[in-house]
Design a protein around this ligand. Structure first.
Ligand SMILES: [Zn+2]
Length: 395
């Protein structure tokens, strides 16, 4: 008996030492397993604990982050409530374009994703396996809430780059990832690889659309909203109309980027989808996220991006950087403890946004995010701007 007790104790001790990091991140895992996706009030305490744990981990393992905390006189151990997160130093996304930060050894980085396309300055963010696995229950939960999972196979049309070994952009990875929400019968890419690089192949997309319209199985499109809009506008102008099979869906991500000025009125956009493809408004879904903040924001049936329990959002005054009241536009500060391999727990984007808390007809009480533009739009070369080049070449 004594022998077995001591053996058990030994096992516990060994496990405690070897899983030290796992223990540190157990609050984070618990948060990401929370099934009520938009339950902010119910997760505030867990969120604060998760942020404290992750910030302490970054402080211990990333020299640059340790310096940033010290310069700001911030001790992560002081994070007691979500309100304390307003004082946690944030890192601007632009910082990652010039500095590669990491908190785990390079050999542990499972994937490295870049934030933009084939041109411009790119951020390189490394994700270790543990961080990616943390995100899995979030994707499962969000997919379940928004009815994205389907056992019925679908034909995918992707308004993005065909993935290759060299293509490390987050968009192509994410777009490909989205083709697992429902089994893929086929995948058609709008930007295909040729000997001269990527080429926009509208004809191929239109042919695929025609096949999809005749199929017994639903179609799903994935892509930048701008690409989707331009294609639909083009189809309408050419008098092309389809009635896509029941259950077909338009999914979009990556924002409007440099196409803000061409952004149509949302109602106009949804009626265009209905007119050209016969897909109803409630089957048009938009996602929001960033390589520096890989949280899945999905619009509700009223097309609002409610903040999920896996993140928190602070809108800051562009001049003073002080938090603003809800309803007032400012700089978008995104906060999440998901990733441990890089100190991206609080990042400042170059987006201008408003956080709304006036309630929503969908019934969710979580505030929702409205992205209204970009700061310094002319000197930012984005994925979509890179894509614009292909659009011009393709037309
Ligand atoms: Zn809503």
């Amino acid at each position: 008996m004594q022998c077995s007790m001591s053996k058990k104790h030994k096992q516990i001790l060994v496990k405690t030492v070897s899983d030290c990091d796992n223990h540190i991140m157990s609050n984070v895992s618990k948060l990401f397993r929370h099934r009520k996706v938009y339950d902010l009030n119910g997760t505030d305490d867990l969120f604060a604990r998760s942020m404290r744990d992750n910030a302490l981990f970054q402080q211990k393992n990333c020299e640059d982050y340790r310096r940033i905390l010290a310069l700001n006189g911030f001790d992560p151990a002081d994070i007691k409530t979500v309100d304390d997160l307003t004082d946690l130093p944030f890192i601007p996304t632009v910082y990652f374009k010039h500095h590669y930060l990491s908190s785990v050894p390079d050999k542990k980085m499972f994937i490295k994703a870049t934030s933009s396309g084939t041109s411009g300055t790119m951020s390189m963010i490394g994700f270790d396996m543990k961080s990616l696995l943390t995100g899995v229950p979030m994707v499962l939960n969000v997919g379940r809430y928004h009815k994205l999972w389907s056992a019925r196979p679908v034909n995918y049309i992707i308004f993005g780059y065909q993935p290759t070994k060299e293509n490390k952009t987050a968009f192509s990875k994410t777009a490909y990832g989205f083709t697992f929400f429902a089994p893929a019968l086929s995948r058609t890419f709008a930007l295909t690889v040729t000997d001269k690089g990527y080429k926009l192949d509208w004809d191929n997309v239109l042919k695929a659309m025609e096949r999809c319209a005749k199929s017994r199985f639903p179609m799903r499109t994935i892509g930048f909203p701008a690409y989707t809009y331009f294609l639909l506008r083009d189809m309408k102008a050419k008098g092309i109309r389809y009635k896509m099979p029941k259950g077909s869906m338009i999914t979009m991500g990556g924002g409007w980027k440099s196409f803000y000025t061409e952004q149509p009125d949302k109602k106009e956009f949804y009626s265009l989808v209905e007119e050209v493809l016969g897909i109803p408004e409630d089957h048009v879904i938009e996602f929001f996220g960033a390589v520096e903040h890989p949280i899945l924001y999905t619009d509700c049936r009223c097309h609002h991006f409610h903040v999920p329990c896996y993140s928190r959002v602070i809108i800051r005054d562009p001049d003073t950087l002080k938090p603003l009241k809800n309803g007032i536009p400012g700089l978008l500060n995104l906060i999440s403890p998901m990733v441990r391999s890089v100190p991206i727990i609080s990042i400042m984007t170059d987006d201008l946004a408003i956080l709304h808390d006036e309630g929503c007809d969908c019934g969710e009480t979580s505030p929702w995010l409205e992205i209204i533009g970009r700061v310094g739009i002319t000197d930012i070369v984005t994925c979509a701007a890179g894509g614009e080049k292909y659009l011009k070449e393709g037309s």
